[in-house]
Design a protein around this ligand. Sequence first.
Ligand SMILES: *Cc1c(COP(=O)(O)O)cnc(C)c1O
Length: 391
Amino acid sequence: MAQLPWHTQLQQSLQQRRKAGLYRQTRQRQGEQSVEVVVDGQSFLSFTSNDYLGLASHPDVRAAFIDVASKEGVGSGAAHLLTGHSVHHQQLEQELAAFCQQQAVLLFSTGYMANMGVIDALMGRHDVVIQDKLNHASLLDGGRLSEAKQWRYAHNDMQQLQRRLDQTRDVGQRLIVSDGVFSMDGDLAPLPEIMALANQHRSAVLIDDAHGIGVLGPQGRGSVEHWQIAADNYPIIVGTFGKAFGTAGAFVAADEVVIETLRQHARSYIYTTAQPAAIAAATSVSLRLLQVESWRREKLQALIAQFRRGAIHLGLPLMDSPTAIQPVLMHDEHQAMAVGQSLEQQGILVGVIRPPTVPAGSARLRITFSALHEPEHVERLLSALDHACAH
Ligand SMILES: *Cc1c(COP(=O)(O)O)cnc(C)c1O
């Protein structure tokens, strides 16, 4: 294999990254992903999964997947607009539209692709996309892919959002874009204020509710339910299945004209193979479970409260997060790595998050909870954190 002409530069930049404590590596998980995992041959109690409700391993979800895969095969064979769109996909879209109280839903193969597709399909060269600075990478990339002008506002800063709306008054169509729950901070976007500003300025709103859907609101309908937004005032919603649903894929929920526009124009919908029908069937079961088994949300909330009480008692620098994403701030990436390692020696796995995933100077542990955790797991985590941070 020939080396790239810039092989040496690549090597140097990898070396620099290693020195800076920013090098990323994959490790191998053996067996099931759950709150207890085996990684590189070692067992851990894990606080790294986004399987918030513990549905990824649910017997009914597995059974639906296996049933459809055994009858209809694994791959969907084609894009949705050819023969990839099965009755299971169709049914899931209808169930999700009812669940979200929106007119229509379109499935995408991943949340990343949903965000790329929806922004690109709705926004053109003369338009403006206005995003929270801490939005998920896929939203920022979706904005760049569209030819619209890109504006940012400081995280959850509604005065700055208002200024951006004033500054772009006569430009074209405008789309405000925000995570519903911020993936690295765990805090919520102030949806009522965003909707009020949008209405006042005739701007549309897109909310990426990857970490809200299934988890927030008494029935798990996500940010709009949590904030009690009126149904006639809903933003466009992106939801993903890889987190609370415990499966894979994503959807956009909106009115029929928006969804039809996406079906015609969203390139990440059109030019890709449909997700396997077995995944759609399993996701339908997840959707039913997350509605009827509200104890999962309640248990998750109790675990979060237990953790926060304990962490505050220990004097750990928590962030202001009410969700299953609980960051603990570190002084720098080296401390983050050292504390992460100490936790591992104690048999506990958490996310060690460093720049550029988060802004420079805000390296952190990212701890996520699942309804599969038990109170004694939280106690073990707290005492391990106490030990790791004292050294
Ligand atoms: C995980 C995530 C995505 C991407 O979803 P995938 O289905 O994993 O591609 C998009 N947005 C946010 C906020 C996320 O956390």
